[in-house]
Design a protein around this ligand. Structure first.
Ligand code: SAM
Length: 271
């Protein structure tokens, strides 16, 4: 479906070397960079993918950023989960359309946005966060991408409920389909997860260090072995390649380690 770019939309301009510039389209405004100037009016009304000539400069391609591209450029308060891990998390936690998902904490909102899309119109994402400053950054990132926080804006996304709460103090909701924890001490939440996650539901924890994952898995094994079954612990690697003429090789730089993902399922002993 052809949807021309409108005023108020966020776009990326990409030069021939792949450098990106992010702008919010506003009639009458202009964008200047070291190699030229582009009028926003020349972008409003064209289709994404168009290649526009900058005045006195080079040609730039204009696109609506993908969620991963947006995440790379958005404002960060906390450390975020990288798109390579988010992609795996959506599959490992089996986030499905219509699901009710609880996450803590919201951080900068990177995972939240991917969850909102994956749960779809019939789904719901509940985000607990204890820091007001991070909440505000996440809200602003989500609003810029989707339009509004309340409806998460774009057609097809789930509803978002944000709670300024410490998840270590408890989870108010019950019968949740999925719980995703990206915080330093996930073992402190297990007793609440035990009460709030549906039987068969999935708990996914994301932590950067092996000591955290070790402590979490030991706690699950020793204290919660009747309530949870660990399904797997993963680390995701992704390496880009460069192809230039006859040279084909992996890129010199890569994001090597980010975090570990632990997946467990809630079980209900019958006797
Ligand atoms: C690493 S960040 C989360 C990043 C987020 N997943 C993203 O992709 O942008 C961890 C967040 O958890 C929050 N947090 C830590 N402990 C918490 C708790 N007990 N209750 C609620 N939020 C908590 C922190 O304030 C921080 O914002």
């Amino acid at each position: 479906m052809v949807k021309p770019l409108k005023e108020g939309e966020l776009v990326h301009l990409i030069d021939k070397k792949g450098k990106r510039y992010q702008i919010l389209l506003k009639a009458g405004s202009s964008f200047s960079f070291s190699r030229g100037t582009i009028l926003h009016d020349d972008l409003i009304g064209v289709v994404e993918g168009s290649v526009i000539s900058a005045r006195f400069g080079e040609r730039l391609m204009v696109i609506r950023p993908t969620l991963a591209e947006y995440i790379a450029k958005m404002r960060k308060g906390s450390q975020i989960i990288y798109p390579k891990d988010i992609a795996a998390i959506l599959m490992l936690a089996d986030i499905f359309p219509g699901a009710t998902v609880l996450e803590a904490g919201i951080g900068s909102g990177a995972l939240t946005m991917a969850l909102l899309r994956a749960v779809g119109k019939a789904g719901k994402v509940i985000s607990y966060e204890r820091r007001t400053d991070f909440l505000e950054i996440a809200r602003s990132n989500i609003e810029t991408f989707f339009g509004t926080v309340e409806r998460a804006g774009r057609e097809g996304s789930g509803a978002l409920i944000v709670k300024e709460r410490d998840v270590y103090d408890g989870i108010e909701e019950r019968e949740l389909d999925r719980i995703l924890l990206d915080l330093p001490e996930p073992w402190m939440v297990l007793k609440h997860v035990e009460e709030s996650l549906s039987s068969g539901g999935i708990l996914l924890c994301y932590n950067p260090t092996v000591l955290q994952i070790y402590k979490l898995s030991r706690r699950l094994e020793l204290k919660y072995e009747r309530s949870f079954r660990v399904m797997g612990i993963y680390e995701i690697g992704m390496r880009g390649w460069e192809i230039k003429g006859r040279s084909m090789r992996p890129e010199h730089r890569m994001i090597a380690h980010t975090g570990f993902i632990l997946v467990a399922r809630k079980c209900s002993p019958t006797a």
